[in-house]
Design a binder for this molecule. Structure first.
Ligand code: BGC
Length: 735
């Protein structure tokens, strides 16, 4: 990258890689017309010029597959310059050098390095450059410890001045890329809603909302006094519950100096709603504490209000699940020792996510990391960036690399983005990666490439409730899931290839053979031989059955026999309501949506959830908790139901042949139990509004289509073609 050609990587050169340095450079300048700071680091950086923070990107340079992709940021610092300037850049370990995963899969500890240049252009045309080199110095930061999983310790006492010589390191630059993703910023600020006293008198602040971020606070302190904030998602028996955070330490500690001071973590984050305040000097005043939500800056695109307060709360929980887990990378959860870009979770949630926020750049960057980390065999790692099996060149099949529904993220996410935003270039960039994935499955099943036989570790219908005792995997056959997901990926690949003008004949044929083999192996008399809700949801949604109505009726029967309760896990849940409502069982789909008894979406709402839980039974009806080894209260996966709310209940859907909503379908599906629904979705061509209200046996529909969208509107048994720049209000009897 040209802007950084002259700059050298600098580090402390110290053997102790735990030291968190602040690199410093003083420089003079006059009559500056333009001064961009171009900067990146191995580790996280925070730059300040003359004591003021540069930019609002926190956790820069973001999280990518660092060996091949490291983002570079550019800041315009012209207005911050004085004649005499001090640029300081603090480094934290961040995702680059923190331990990640468990059992030392990514042990961290690499030396932190900085690379930066300021291009000074004077008004008289003269130019100069300040670049990272031997002229910089470094000193220790007040941040004395910081890790992604293990919190942060700061020492606020004034440190003796230090000017250590930097060490110039010969490190590669080939992986430098321009900023691709959205920047991560501080967003909502929340104040404690109450103070709670635990059984041993612990002081616990309740911020009323589970979120990802940290707490900023003000304190009047005494030199050397240490205060600590401990974070947790829930209280259990009145105390902070941290067992489910496994091997991560949710603490922010500060050694205070004398006097008034402001405290805030710099290079770490927590998943929390409750904060225990330890060793506070004097009384704890809630107004001195602010929880700050941090996540990628995305444009909000979807709003939803219904006549059902609990459903509205569920929707809020889903949004908070997205905010909490869109921290530069789509992560599974923000609190325990994971916080990783699990591919399966990402594909489950992407359609819902794209209704709520504009996620085009966010996912495009992550898909580029997926491409970078894809194994040469075409296998897709279980997490991206791949920090878990990063050391091996080949997928670790005993770990879950190349597993159905996880690896399929490459096809599902690429296609979801194409439909939502109509970006053909992105599809073209993704095509090779999608094809390698499909070819990988073919090669793995060379003896009969029309069936995917699950060998090695698959995650199955992860956390499905029909799991045999002691298992995390629902009872749907892993190879059935694998073959169904394979069919879907091949179908997406063929559609994408067709759009891009590729020769797809072989993949179309392959798809036909997979469907036939699926039927032969898993279907008898039109129904699944080993029926499960997830099996039916997949087979129906992916069009794998001959008589789909009979199968959907059988699925409906299963749901009813189970007391109108679902049993699906990560794999089946995104498609369950669709499979029902697409085949006339819309009332049952609504019954599942509005079910309040365990297990259901609203069960968690009734138990006071403010985000979406990883498990349907994270807190069981008797108040006991699921096994702490796997019990996050902030996993977005089951929030995928929002896709059904937008695309079926409000009926706003893209048209495949005109992606990105150049053409749309708006076909709302009212249900009196919900009362009313009012949804707005800002498509790339303007906002579509779909609202309905049921009253006295009549439904009043209201649909507004912007000028640049051409929609087919279907409501109350009537349809309107080519609607654009128009609002239609229509009343019809309720069914
Ligand atoms: C994560 C999941 C992930 C799974 C793989 C878990 O530990 O939290 O969300 O997809 O592992 O099965």
């Amino acid at each position: 990258m040209q802007a950084l050609d002259q700059a050298k990587w600098i580090g402390t050169g110290h053997l102790d890689t735990a030291i968190l340095p602040v690199f410093e450079r003083e420089f003079d300048c006059v009559n500056i017309q333009k001064a961009p700071l171009v900067i990146t680091s191995l580790g996280m950086y925070e730059a300040s010029l003359n004591g003021k923070r540069v930019g609002k990107f926190i956790f820069a340079p973001g999280w990518t597959s660092y060996a091949t992709r490291l983002q570079v940021q550019r800041y315009n610092i012209t207005s911050m310059l004085k004649e005499r300037n001090t640029l300081e850049v603090s480094l934290g370990r961040g995702w680059y050098a923190s331990r990640l995963g468990w059992k030392d899969r990514h042990p961290g500890g690499q030396p932190l390095l900085l690379l930066a240049a300021i291009h000074l252009k004077q008004k008289d045309g003269r130019e100069a450059q300040i670049v990272t080199d031997e002229a910089w110095s470094w000193h220790r930061a007040p941040v004395v410890f910081s890790e992604i999983y293990d919190g942060e310790i700061q020492d606020m006492r004034h440190l003796p001045p230090e000017h250590n010589a930097v060490s110039v390191e010969f490190h590669a630059k080939h992986m430098l890329i321009e900023q691709e993703g959205e920047i991560v910023c501080e967003q909502e600020m929340l104040h404690p809603q109450s103070i709670h006293y635990g059984p041993s008198g612990e002081i616990i602040l309740d911020f009323g909302q589970n979120l990802t971020g940290y707490v900023a606070c003000r304190v009047y302190g005494h030199d050397g006094h240490q205060v600590t904030l401990r974070h947790a998602e829930i209280l259990h028996q009145g105390s902070l519950y941290t067992e489910n955070l496994r091997n991560s330490r949710p603490e922010f500690s500060c050694i205070l100096r004398e006097g008034r001071q402001q405290l805030k973590p710099r290079f770490t984050f927590f998943g929390f709603r409750f904060v225990q305040v330890l060793n506070w000097p004097g009384e704890v005043h809630p107004e001195n504490f602010t929880a700050i939500a941090v996540y990628s800056l995305m444009e909000r695109t979807g709003t939803l209000h219904s006549g059902h307060p609990k459903l509205n709360r569920l929707f809020e929980n889903i949004l908070w699940g997205q905010r909490s887990n869109f921290l530069d990378v789509p992560t599974d959860c923000p609190q325990r020792d994971e916080r990783l870009g699990w591919t399966g979770d990402a594909q489950v949630f992407i359609r819902a996510a794209s209704y709520h926020y504009n996620v085009k750049r966010f996912y495009a960057k992550w898909l580029a990391d997926l491409r970078a980390d894809q194994f040469s065999s075409g296998a897709v790692p279980a997490v991206v960036p791949n920090v878990l099996t990063w050391a091996s060149r080949e997928p670790d099949r005993n770990f879950g690399d190349a597993c159905a529904a996880w690896g399929d993220a490459v096809c599902i996410c690429s296609w979801a983005l194409y439909l939502a935003y109509g970006n053909k270039e992105l599809l073209a960039r993704q095509y090779g990666s999608m094809r390698s994935w499909v070819d990988y499955i073919r090669n793995e099943n060379a003896e009969d490439d029309s069936l995917w036989v699950a060998r090695g570790k698959h995650f199955g219908d992860w956390l499905g409730l029909d799991a045999p005792a002691g298992s995390y995997k629902g009872s749907t056959d892993e190879s059935l899931i694998a073959t169904a997901m394979y069919a879907n990926s091949v179908s997406i690949l063929a559609k994408a290839g067709n759009i891009l003008g590729k020769d797809i004949a072989a993949y179309e044929k392959l798809h036909g053979r997979i469907v036939q083999s699926f039927q032969k192996k898993y279907v008898r008399g039109g129904l699944l031989k080993a029926p499960t809700q997830t099996g039916y949801a997949l087979a129906l949604h992916f069009g794998l059955l001959e008589n789909s109505q009979a199968a959907a009726d059988a699925l409906a029967e299963m749901v009813l026999e189970n007391g109108t309760r679902l049993t699906t896990g990560f794999v089946g849940t995104p498609y369950l309501l669709h499979a029902l409502s697409d085949h006339g069982h819309w009332e049952l789909a609504y019954s599942l949506l509005l079910q309040e008894a365990f297990p259901s979406w609203l069960y968690a709402v009734n138990r006071g959830a403010t985000t979406v839980w990883e498990h349907w039974d994270g807190i069981r009806p008797d108040g006991s908790l699921w096994d702490p080894r796997m019990n996050s209260f902030n996993h977005y996966a089951y929030g995928c139901v929002s896709d059904w709310l937008f695309s079926v209940a409000a009926g706003i859907r893209p048209v495949e042949a005109y992606p990105g909503y150049r053409k749309a379908i708006v076909a709302p599906l009212p249900d009196a139990r919900l009362g009313s629904l009012d949804v707005e979705y800002k498509t790339p061509h303007g906002p579509i509004r779909s609202a309905w209200a049921c009253k006295g046996g009549v439904v009043r529909y209201q649909v507004a289509i912007p000028q640049d969208v051409e929609a087919m509107v279907v409501m109350g048994g009537k349809s309107w073609e080519g609607v654009s720049g128009e609002e239609i209000v229509f009343e019809a009897p309720y069914r």
